[in-house]
Every structure is written in structure tokens, then in C-alpha cells.
Design a protein around this ligand. Structure first.
Ligand SMILES: [Zn+2]
Length: 84
């Protein structure tokens, strides 16, 4: 029995998308503002802090570095065009 009339609002909430051992989605209610439930990494205080740099090795692929590379490429392309 689904008790549609009483549970409809509750069932509208975002569901956890974590994959279970069965291969299906978890489907437990996600923690507010997150896409995972409290059992799958949605708990308060879990996850990396904002601005975490623990995995940074050389910074070659940071947004800043990529923007600079794109700028250099664009400038070189324009210079080539200018020479033609
Ligand atoms: Zn979950």
C-alpha cells in the first residue's frame, strides 16, 4: 500500500542516487541541499572542505592554467593569421 494521499509530498523529495550492491539506485531521501542520503556521504560534515587542495599535484589543469593556455593559443593563432 502506498498511502498516496498522505505520502505524496514526502515522496516528491530528491532521492539518493548512490549505486547499491544490487546495482539499483539507493532511493533513500537525500540530505537537504545534497544529492546523497545520510548513509552515502550526505551526512553533515562529510566530504572535502571548500577549496580543498589535497589532490593538487602540479596545477596544470586548474581553471586558471587552462584559461592562460587558451589565451596563449588564441594569441598565437591571431599572430599566424596576421602573417598570412
Ligand atoms: Zn543513499
Amino acid at each position: 500500500m502506498t498511502h498516496e494521499r498522505n505520502t505524496h509530498a514526502m515522496r516528491q523529495s530528491l532521492r539518493c542516487g548512490a549505486k547499491t550492491r544490487k546495482g539499483t539506485l539507493c532511493m533513500s531521501p537525500a540530505v537537504q541541499g545534497k544529492t546523497r542520503c545520510r548513509m552515502h556521504g550526505g551526512a553533515a560534515g562529510s566530504g572535502a572542505p571548500m577549496g580543498n587542495q589535497n589532490a593538487l599535484k602540479h596545477g596544470l589543469y586548474t581553471a586558471e592554467s587552462r584559461a592562460f593556455t587558451a589565451h596563449v593559443r588564441e594569441t598565437l593563432r591571431r599572430g599566424k593569421e596576421h602573417l598570412e
